[in-house]
Design a protein around this ligand. Structure first.
Ligand SMILES: [Zn+2]
Length: 268
C-alpha cells in the first residue's frame, strides 16, 4: 500500500476522513491483505451487477495475490456478478491454471488480465466488462473527452486499442492490449468495451464505474448538440484533482459501505 499513500499528497482540495485514512494506510499481514482484496473484489462484482455491467458471462475483475505476484483472484466463469461472494473467487496462475477453487476461469479473463498484470507490476487490479455505453463509445473513433469535471479523471491518462480481432483468447492478444495500455489507468478496446486498472481493487472498480458514466455522458452530449470541451489547462488541472490513485480509491469507499450493508452475504 506504500505506493498509494505516497500519492495522497496529490489529492488536492480534499482531506480524506480519518476512518478512511486508517483503512488506506493500515498495516496488514499477507492473509489479511489477501482477504481484504477478495472482499473488495466480491463487492466490486456486486456493484458492477447493480450498475448493469453484466452481459451474460462476459466481464472480469482481477486482484493480484499479495504473496505471489504471478497469481491473481478472479470471478469463476459463468457465475452471475450479483451472486459472487468471497468464497466463490478463484485463484489463477500465470499459465492459466486454476490453483484455488473448483470452477473454471474465463479464457479471455486469463488472456487479457495475466498480460496486464505481467506488464504492470504496480497494478493490483484490473476490471473489464461489456457495459453498454463503454462498448458503444468504443465503436466510435474517439477517446473519453474532457466534457465534464468527472471525465477529466481520464484526461491524458487513457488509450484506445484499435486492433479488434474477435474474442481475446490467447495471451499474444492480451500482450498487445497491455502494451497499448502503457502507463495509463484505462483503455478503450475498440468494438469491445472498457478496461481499467488500479493500485487497489477499489481504484480499478471506481475508474470503471466512472469511465462508463463518462462514456454515457459523452454520448448523450453528442446526441443533444455540440458539447463544449474543457480547455487543456483546466482539464489537466482537474485531472490532477480527480484522477489520482487516492481519489480513485476514495470514491469507491461509500459504494463499498453501501453494498456490504445491502448484501452482507458477499463477504461469505
Ligand atoms: Zn470482453
Amino acid at each position: 500500500m506504500a505506493d498509494i499513500t505516497e500519492t495522497l499528497e496529490n489529492v488536492a482540495q480534499q482531506e480524506i476522513p480519518k476512518r478512511y485514512m486508517a483503512l488506506l494506510t493500515a498495516a496488514r499481514s499477507i492473509e489479511e491483505e489477501r482477504l481484504h482484496r477478495k472482499q473488495r473484489l466480491a463487492a466490486a462484482f456486486r456493484l458492477f451487477s447493480k450498475c448493469g455491467f453484466d452481459e451474460g458471462v462476459a466481464g472480469h475483475i482481477t486482484a493480484r495475490d499479495p504473496e505471489d505476484a504471478n497469481l491473481f483472484w478472479v470471478n469463476p466463469f459463468g457465475m452471475h456478478f450479483s451472486q459472487i461472494s468471497v468464497s466463490d473467487l478463484i485463484c489463477v496462475d500465470h499459465t492459466g491454471k486454476v490453483v484455488e477453487g473448483d470452477e473454471p476461469v474465463n479464457r479471455a479473463a486469463y488472456a487479457i488480465h495475466s498480460q496486464v498484470h505481467a506488464a504492470r507490476p504496480d497494478v493490483v487490479a484490473a476490471a473489464h466488462a461489456h457495459s453498454l455505453y463503454g462498448k458503444t463509445l468504443s465503436s466510435l473513433p474517439v477517446l473519453v473527452e474532457p466534457l465534464t469535471q468527472d471525465a477529466c479523471a481520464f484526461y491524458g491518462d487513457h488509450v484506445r486499442f484499435d486492433d479488434f480481432s474477435g474474442v481475446v483468447l490467447d495471451t499474444e492478444e492480451g500482450k498487445k492490449i497491455a502494451h497499448a495500455l502503457g502507463d495509463s489507468k484505462a483503455a478503450i478496446l475498440r468494438n469491445h468495451g472498457l478496461l481499467t486498472v488500479g493500485l487497489t481493487v477499489d481504484e480499478a472498480a471506481w475508474w470503471f464505474i466512472t469511465m462508463e458514466r463518462s462514456a454515457q455522458s459523452q454520448l448523450i452530449a453528442y446526441a443533444a448538440g455540440t458539447p463544449i470541451t474543457i480547455d487543456d489547462e483546466n482539464a489537466s488541472l482537474t485531472a490532477s484533482q480527480v484522477g489520482s490513485h487516492a481519489a480513485g480509491w476514495f470514491n469507491f469507499q461509500p459504494l463499498y459501505e453501501r453494498i456490504t450493508r445491502e448484501q452482507p452475504d458477499l463477504l461469505d
